[in-house]
Design a protein around this ligand. Structure first.
Ligand code: ADP
Length: 742
């Protein structure tokens, strides 16, 4: 029988290279542990603090970690420690920990830090016995602190750990990179200039590859996938020449720090620049992004990833047997997962060894299917022209939008157009959704029509909220007949789904509508069933988080409570996720509604908190939380009840949430879904089937769900939703654990 024994006390440290989001992870560890009744100590300067002891290992409480969530870097400091690499150094660390009654450790860092913690755990018993023998620890220590429990949380901007799809900090780094490249893009195309951008990643091409996908760079040099020929200079020059011929005004090449050729030799940014300059006979600049990539406020995704990982790290410490092997907490397809630390580090290091030996296929395989798929997609999308010209067997697809604009719609259209064209199919676009179909505004979409669309917010094709009436369906069917449409891609939210459903159900009466239709979820509201991701939601979340960060800064000196209203329709996703990413005290969601009793408690709690010296209160209300207890109602109630204690402001964020250029995640997901959607459509056409389906991420994988299986969605009122949405089940307990007691 396994014996469960919670650690007596735990310590948390950040180690190795710093990464944005480390603070959020420390905060989550501290707050979750406190909620579990576990005392926590923070260790300053990573393993160095562990070896030094003294003040470097100090108790922390929930209130100590207030206000750190939105800060980059790590407030407890990080370091590289040579002393910890020695047995004596680790012996001192054991003495310092046992002396404070600590026998649980959460280490937040890269693979080096994880292995360091594992070595400490391995040697623990021997050191304790030794220290007791030497009289440095009381004899009882052998029984009271027989083992060290270790849980790792991976923070590294490189995203290089095998086992997790995302390490803390990688998304923020990608934000910095795409911001920089978007800015460079605009100047590059004004002057017909070429730019070489060097990004971090000595042994991992994640940042370079994802930046390539997210910015439409023309060429990407990675450590894992060297150019196929030795004469890559000639290939690059040919590509550049062709791209100028087809009218591309700028060339952007991304080089990972560790880019290699087929023999493992380095490919440097300077070599790439020289190759371009010689071909083009013009100015080519290198921009090395360097430490900019590590800096700045963490993205919404990183804050929430870190918070979730910190929470689950503590859960693993209290729930797993003390002698269980150490684990790392990570994420796969939006699910938090734990996996063995030793295997993860071994495989991560195996990638480096494979690279050193020139075994690139093995390195790619260890990076996982997502990386391989992303690489294949990137190769297609950055081409100058399609591989195949339309010929016999070519299909004709049509793409249109439905519903409000969502950042990432253009990115999805670009990926759909290029995927279809590259496979030798034709693709048309309807302007302004169904309106364009009715008015005959349908355009041909070519490879270069969508050039630059990867990064544009809004919807270049235009969108509309119209769902065709019965008498309009006939006109649309006739139009499909004239145009020879074989399959339709509808990108948008519920309106898009309703359009697809209407056309599909009318197909019994109209032969032209007996064609496959695929919907791609794109709405900031994240209110669609059967998918755990929705294009646009991450951008909206980041916009909310940036706005709330500013609101927070504006209120440093006063006692003030802000009520921030966010969008979401009847889904509380944006409210809960932004509440978690901004550290708000209270969120009101449609899923749980608002009651009078609850409001009374909330007002009392706020008053108490302000009476105890709190300076800022932050409440986030989803627009659909309650039809009676509206944001102005809450404002009036809080203002009246808070008189003399605190004042209240309301901020209804409105349309700023729908605008802006898409975030890296939205660009990558839009691309991924659009590529899959087109492949599925083409497959359906080839098989002669004509179903209406949606593409989404459900149960950990991307696939199609028949619209007919979503009757609740097709109800004009939105219908009923599943009892508990997956995101709600995943986020709510974590958000609750982060709440401070009054
Ligand atoms: P990262 O965690 O970002 O990969 P490093 O590889 O520099 O960063 O590791 C951080 C620290 O972890 C090192 O400075 C060292 O103190 C400790 N460490 C790394 N590897 C080992 C090891 N094999 N044994 C003991 N400590 C180690």
């Amino acid at each position: 029988m396994e014996v469960r024994r919670r650690p007596h006390r735990i310590a948390v440290l950040t180690s190795g290279g710093d990464a944005p989001g480390m603070n959020a992870a420390v905060r989550a560890v501290v707050r979750t542990a406190e909620g579990e009744g576990l005392a926590v100590a923070a260790v300053r300067e990573g393993f160095r603090g562990l070896v030094e002891g003294g003040e470097a290992i100090h108790p922390v409480s929930s209130s100590d970690v207030g206000g750190v969530l939105q800060r980059g870097g790590t407030w407890i400091g990080t370091a590289r420690s040579e002393a910890f690499r020695t047995t004596d150094g680790r012996r001192a660390a054991v003495a310092n920990l046992v002396g404070r009654g600590i026998d649980g450790l959460v280490v937040i860092g890269g693979d080096g830090s994880l292995i360091g913690a594992d070595v400490l755990r391995d040697e623990w018993e021997a050191h304790v016995t030794d220290l007791v023998g030497d009289g440095e620890l009381p004899a009882a220590a052998v029984d009271t602190h027989p083992t060290l429990q270790v849980v790792g949380v991976v923070a590294s901007i490189d995203n290089d750990l095998v086992g997790t799809e995302s390490t803390i900090g990688a998304d923020t780094a990608l934000h910095r990179i795409t911001e920089a490249i978007d800015a460079i893009h605009s100047t590059a195309s004004s002057h017909q200039r070429s730019f070489v951008i060097e990004v971090m990643g000595r042994d991992c091409g994640h940042l370079a590859l994802m930046a390539g996908l997210a910015t439409g760079a023309q060429w990407v040099f990675l450590p894992e996938r060297p150019p196929r020929t030795d004469d890559w200079v000639a290939s690059l020059r040919t590509a550049v020449r062709l791209s100028r011929q087809v009218g591309r005004r700028q060339n952007l090449v991304i080089v990972a720090e560790g880019a290699r050729d087929r023999h493992g030799g380095r490919i440097t940014s300077a070599e790439v620049r020289d190759a371009l300059a010689e071909e083009l006979g013009e100015d080519t600049r290198i921009t090395t992004l360097g430490h900019v990539q590590r800096g700045g406020a963490p993205s919404a995704f990183d804050r929430n990833l870190a918070t979730r990982c910190g929470y689950h790290a503590v859960r693993a410490l209290v729930e797993r047997p003390a002698e269980a092997e150490p684990v790392v907490v990570g994420i796969r397809e939006d699910r938090i997962v734990t996996f063995p630390l030793v295997t993860a580090v071994r495989e991560t290091r195996a990638v480096t060894d494979h690279l050193a030996r020139g075994e690139f296929d093995d390195a790619m395989r260890l990076r996982g299917p997502g990386f391989v798929e992303a690489y294949r997609t990137m190769r297609t999308l950055v081409r100058t022209a399609p591989r195949a010209a339309p010929g016999a067997g070519a299909h004709r697809l049509l793409v249109l939008h439905g519903g409000g604009p969502a950042p990432g719609m253009n990115t999805a259209v670009r990926a759909a157009v290029r995927t279809a064209r590259d496979a030798g199919h034709e693709i048309l676009g309807a302007r302004h959704g169904v309106d364009g179909l009715l008015d005959g505004e349908v355009i041909e979409l070519d490879w270069m029509t969508v050039s630059g669309w990867v990064s544009h917010g809004g919807a270049e094709l235009g969108t509309s909220r119209r769902i065709p009436e019965d008498d309009q369906v006939g006109a649309i069917a006739a139009r499909f007949g004239e145009l020879g449409v074989d399959g339709v891609l509808v990108i948008g939210g519920r309106t898009a789904y309703a359009v697809a459903h209407r056309l599909h159900t009318a197909s019994t009466g109209h032969a032209q509508l007996r064609i496959p239709i695929v919907c791609l979820p794109a709405t900031i509201n994240h209110d669609l069933p059967a998918t755990e991701l929705s294009v646009g939601a991450d951008t909206a979340l980041n916009s909310i988080v940036e706005a709330v960060d500013k609101i927070r800064q504006s209120a440093v000196a006063t006692r003030r409570c802000y009520i921030v209203e966010v969008m979401g329709n009847d889904s509380g996703y944006l409210a809960l996720a932004s509440g978690m990413a901004t550290g708000s005290e209270q969120v009101y969601l449609p899923e749980s509604g608002i009651s009078l009793d609850q409001l009374r408690d909330d007002v009392a709690r706020l008053k108490e908190a302000f009476a105890r010296g709190r300076r800022l209160g932050l409440v986030i209300r989803s627009e659909g939380a309650d039809s009676v207890y509206t944001t102005p109602f809450l404002w009036a109630l809080f203002a009246k009840e808070g008189q003399g204690s605190f004042d209240v402001r309301q901020a209804i964020l409105g349309h700023l949430q729908q605008g802006g250029d898409p975030s890296p995640i939205d660009r990558i997901q839009a691309t991924r879904l659009a590529v899959r959607a087109v492949e599925e459509l083409v497959g359906e056409i080839d098989r002669g089937t004509s179903r209406a389906a949606m593409i989404g991420l459900a149960g950990g994988s991307v696939g199609l769900t028949d619209l007919a299986r979503l009757p609740d969605l097709l109800d004009p009122d939105g219908g009923h939703r599943p009892a508990v949405e997956p995101w709600l089940a995943a986020l709510r307990p974590v958000a609750e654990a982060m709440a401070l007691p009054a």
